[in-house]
Write a protein that binds this ligand. Structure first.
Ligand code: THU
Length: 160
């Protein structure tokens, strides 16, 4: 008899009227840093804002390169910078917003595989989930309670 392992994942959807103040502020910061993205190749501008337990907020955007694979996503940029500068402080939540340069509406965005694995790394380090807030074109927040919702069956232990 073949057995099955099932993991159910979910995202919560928050219309603007239901946004927490803390989430609204983080989304706002991600929106403003998006404008400074270096994305001349994709014209897909991404902003990320990371809230730490001590109230610090770090922001970053995607930084592309003429040699495409060298480019860095907004999420990895902000996590690397924040964890380099506030290494002992637990990250609580990350907000991600995206927009195509020519469009007015925001684009749907979810972190890429590399960024999911990076978020996972800091969940392991701090033994605590990091909420992931993603804005959709209707300006609703899609909220994942932690990386498990986006990266089920993730690799998080070298020894087991
Ligand atoms: N990108 C991000 O910065 N974050 C995401 O979550 C999705 C993709 C960037 C990478 C590249 O510069 C551009 O968006 C198009 O893929």
């Amino acid at each position: 008899m073949v057995k099955k392992i099932e993991i159910n994942v979910s995202l919560e959807i928050f219309p603007k009227e239901e946004w927490l103040e803390v989430d609204a502020k983080l989304i706002e910061k991600a929106k403003s840093i998006l404008e400074h993205a270096h994305a001349p190749y994709s014209n897909f501008l991404v902003g990320a804002a990371l809230l730490l337990e001590n109230g610090q907020v770090f922001t970053a955007n995607n930084q592309e390169n003429v040699s495409f694979p060298v480019g860095v996503c907004a999420e990895r940029a902000v996590l690397s910078y924040a964890m380099a500068n506030s290494p002992g402080v637990r990250p609580l939540k990350i907000a991600i917003v995206a927009k195509r340069r020519v469009e007015k509406k925001f684009a749907t965005v979810t972190p890429c595989g590399l960024c999911r694995q990076t978020i996972n790394e800091y969940e392991i380090k701090f033994e605590s989930p990091i909420e992931i807030l993603m804005l959709n074109p209707q300006e609703e927040i899609l909220k994942a309670s932690g990386i498990e919702q986006l990266l089920p069956f993730r690799f998080n232990d070298l020894n087991s």
